[in-house]
Design a protein around this ligand. Structure first.
Ligand code: MTE
Ligand code: CO
Length: 389
């Protein structure tokens, strides 16, 4: 409600007295009134916090950049804390010269900087069989988008010299899970980065300090954190994270193989269960859209459960394999409405309804749910996660 002493015509204390001096906080933190804007986990989802996940508060994001302290964390064996002096990156296998780089070695290469989103393949995974979690932080918060700086992976592979028989790489982490993934050489030489920086400062330990792999547009699991080794090989390794995990079981008992790219997806972040509608009249629908195949071309928004669609405004910059922020002015008449958004990317791909996804993949999937999300705005303004049809 606020303090009436601070409201006009009174002169509040902050206008009458000097404020806090510089250097009160050598590393600045958000103002105390924003302390509710934090990552959150779902306690019953995992047995331990070391092999677990928390979620980015995307409903609080004004724009497409995730602040470093709010990037969701997904660890399979807890967060490793590695001093840069103790860090080494090895390149071995089908190369002319096996190499070991120190952290300082990596900093000497010409860097590249780019924004990219990282989405865990399990984002929205709880929603395959029906509406489950009543919050956009939980249904869609396994995503972040930061400005990476690092060395193109291509540069390091060329230093080592790839033998002509080399067709794949294995990226391996130094954490206790020793997470490893096979990546086709074509992708490794295309746009992957060996990143040491996010949003202008060095990586957070949560995100793989001192070095993580950036695999633009592809599922988050492949973005190996605490990267310690790249092996060049002639075929995929078929390790745990690309066989028993991060694959989807189809109705016929086979599994989808190598589902690397994250297909186009979007979600309305406000209104949402965490951002109820506060009153009738003019307001703005806000959300995020992304595609692992390139740029977002258009976002449609429906306020009647998908019967009529309007084109949302895409906020610049609209970048490839990055989050895109969209808004649509809207006036609420106080009645129940069903809000949806639908992303279309530059390949022409249209974000599907869940019915279409289930027709193609059945209901055994955990990963790669990019279906249209529906929010029910109740007459009292509260918002619920619902499934249509
Ligand atoms: N790399 C290592 N070494 N260990 C891990 O547990 N988790 C993976 C990937 N890289 C993981 C890892 C998964 S499943 C995801 S979704 C992303 O990192 C999460 O990245 P983040 O913690 O920066 O959000
Ligand atoms: Co993941």
């Amino acid at each position: 409600a606020g303090n009436p002493d601070n409201l006009p015509p009174n002169v509040p204390d902050w206008s009458r007295y000097l404020g806090v001096g510089v250097d009160a906080n050598p590393y600045g933190m958000p103002v105390e009134f924003e302390s509710h804007v934090v990552r959150r986990n779902v306690e019953w989802l995992t047995a331990t916090t070391e092999s677990s996940v928390n979620f980015t508060p995307i409903h609080e994001m004004d724009g497409f950049v995730t602040p470093n302290g709010l990037c969701f964390e997904r660890h399979h064996g807890g967060m490793a804390v590695i001093a840069p002096e103790d860090y080494r990156l090895m390149i071995n296998g089908l190369v002319d010269r096996p190499l070991i780089f120190t952290y300082q070695d990596l900093l000497r290469f010409p860097p590249e900087s780019r924004f990219h989103f990282l989405e865990c393949a399990a984002n929205s995974g709880m929603e395959w069989r029906g509406a489950q979690l009543n919050g956009v932080q939980y249904t869609h918060g396994m995503i972040h988008c930061v400005y990476y700086t690092g060395v193109p992976l291509k540069t390091l592979l060329n230093e080592a010299g790839i033998k002509t028989s080399g067709k794949w790489i294995l990226a391996e982490g130094a954490d206790s899970s020793g997470m490893s993934r096979s990546i086709p050489l074509e992708k490794a030489l295309d746009d992957c980065l060996v990143a040491y920086s996010q949003n202008g400062e060095r990586l957070r330990a949560e995100q793989g300090y001192p070095v993580r792999l950036v695999v633009p547009g592809w599922e988050g699991n492949m973005w190996v954190k605490w990267l310690r080794r790249i092996e060049v090989g002639d075929k995929a390794w078929y390790h745990r994270e690309e066989t028993s995990k991060y694959t989807d079981l189809l109705p016929d008992g086979t599994a989808r193989k190598f589902t690397w790219a994250m297909d186009a997806k979007s979600v309305i972040t406000s209104p949402s269960p965490e951002k109820p509608v506060l009153g009738e009249g003019p307001q703005v629908i806000k959300g995020l859209a992304w595609s692992g195949h390139g740029k977002i071309k258009r976002v449609d928004v429906s306020t009647d459960g998908g019967i009529n669609w309007q084109t949302a405004k895409l906020h610049a910059p609209v970048l490839s394999k990055s989050l895109t922020y969209f808004t649509l002015p809207w006036s609420w008449n106080g009645e129940e409405v069903l809000l949806q958004s639908r992303a279309i990317d530059e390949t022409g791909y249209v974000q599907p309804e869940m019915a279409a996804l289930q027709e193609a993949r059945g209901v055994n999937s955990i990963y790669h749910n990019n279906s249209v999300q529906t929010w029910l705005v109740n007459a009292n303004g509260a918002v619920d996660n619902v499934r249509l049809g």
